[in-house]
Design a protein around this ligand. Structure first.
Ligand code: FAD
Length: 391
């Protein structure tokens, strides 16, 4: 079987689905090819926290643009991402406060609703919290979290409504190139022809680009999440992340609390094969996180473990994505390497990638921050905190 289209998007995670939607909205014929089902990969296991705190202007702008889409999803995309505006607190130790203040000023300049709050204000905003070890915090009233599978399914569904062809259960095996130009992909269900191919396959991306000799500096690393049942009197809390705690914490439906690490060492939990790794949470992580949450929220001493899971981050050396045309093969694009913080940015990435494909490369565009050249040229854009995932 051979199918012909304008653009093939490989991967049905948040990025692939958002890119397919925006390309179809721009009038292009799109095939979205996914080896399993929509949000089958890390996207479907994501904690899906939507915060604005970034230490680069470009990523801060993207986070804000994406937030506006989450807030107005039914109008901009169509459907319900199940966005919960809980508010977000990023708590700093004394040594982080100067940088926190500088980053808040940068974010305020791009229009983000954020402010520095004292430990007493933290306590006023979040009554069940202990402020021990917190010198100050950034408070974002508009932030929260969404349902990653619902969001991604909505994007893919609207892409389909706009004429995109969704090929689920179809594995891309090879990118096809003729005279230096992409002409399509080979899959286990046949050949698909197209003038452009976007690889948005998360931790599998390098495996696909390697079929045309392009090795990307993206490694898969295992990230674990544990959940705990809150006691009845602990009715609500916001999304929280703390440098002293080295974890993020967010509410989950069913009176649960969801916890994950922000330690940069997580990147060292490298996984050789993204199709085969331990998807369960380790017992010692469940025990460790439960101590950390009980220290931060003393009521959680009466909390009980409710299991957890593990999935993959696709991490680059500077913890920022690669979103660009790939060198050497005309018409081949990459949108991957989201480094554990890419769910919230997915709506903006879809718009940026569609603009790049439809209107061509603009050297002044924000997207240049995510070029692939930066690794070879030593111009990486690491975040300013020691916690790389904060960006
Ligand atoms: C546990 C966890 C918690 C996280 N928490 C947050 C958070 O709170 N906030 C945040 O912003 N980000 C978070 N992230 C990161 C975020 O989830 C990811 O950055 C984002 O989901 C990546 O989406 P993606 O579309 O790029 O890739 P993926 O979700 O990896 O999707 C890639 C898709 O490609 C498909 N595919 C692979 N190979 C092929 C092939 N050969 N042919 C066809 N299809 C293929 C896969 O099946 C998969 O569905 C978290 C990630 C994890 C793992």
């Amino acid at each position: 079987m051979t199918t012909s289209t304008d653009v093939i998007v490989v991967g049905g995670g948040i990025n692939g689905a958002s890119i397919a939607f925006n390309l179809a909205k721009g009038g292009l014929k799109v095939s979205l090819i996914e080896k399993d089902f929509i949000a089958a990969g890390p996207t479907g296991r994501s904690s899906a926290i939507i915060r604005q705190h970034y230490s680069h202007e470009v990523t801060a702008r993207m986070a804000l643009r994406s937030l506006r889409i989450f807030q107005n999803f039914d109008d901009v995309v169509g459907g319900d991402p199940d966005f919960h505006q809980t508010g977000f607190l990023l708590a700093a130790r004394p040594e982080d406060v100067e940088l926190l203040e500088a980053n808040i000023a940068l974010q305020q300049e791009v229009g983000i609703d954020t402010r520095l709050v004292s430990p007493q204000e933290v306590k006023d905003l979040e009554p069940h919290i202990s402020v021990e070890g917190i010198a100050a915090a950034a408070y974002e009233p508009e932030s929260g979290y969404a349902d990653p599978a619902a969001t991604t399914t909505a994007y893919a569904g609207r892409a389909k409504d706009l004429g995109a062809d969704l090929q689920l259960g179809t594995r891309v095996q090879k990118v096809l190139v003729e005279r230096g130009r992409v002409v399509g992909v080979d899959t286990d269900k046949g050949t698909f022809q197209a003038g452009a191919v976007v690889v948005a396959a998360g931790p599998w991306t390098s495996l696909i680009t390697e079929t045309v000799g392009i090795e990307l500096p993206i490694k898969a690393s295992r990230h674990q999440v544990a959940t705990y049942r809150r006691p009845d009197e602990f009715e609500r809390h916001m999304v929280f992340a703390g440098f002293d705690d080295e974890v993020y914490i967010r509410p989950e439906t069913g009176q649960l609390m969801l916890v994950g690490s922000i330690e940069p060492e997580e990147a060292e939990a490298e996984v050789a094969d993204p199709d085969s790794f331990n998807e369960r949470v380790d017992f010692d992580i469940v025990a460790d996180f439960s101590e950390r949450v009980a220290r931060r929220y003393p009521l959680m001493e009466q909390g009980t473990s409710a299991g957890g899971w593990a999935s993959l981050y696709d991490v680059t050396p500077d913890w920022h994505s690669i979103i660009c045309p790939l060198p050497g093969v005309e018409g081949l694009y990459c949108a991957a390497g989201t480094s554990g913080h890419g769910f919230k940015l997915g709506p903006a990435v879809g718009e940026m990638m569609a603009d790049l494909i439809i209107n061509g490369e603009k050297p002044e565009a924000d997207i240049n921050m995510f070029n692939f050249r930066r690794f070879a040229e030593g111009e990486t854009v690491a975040g300013k905190y020691e916690y790389s995932i904060v960006g």
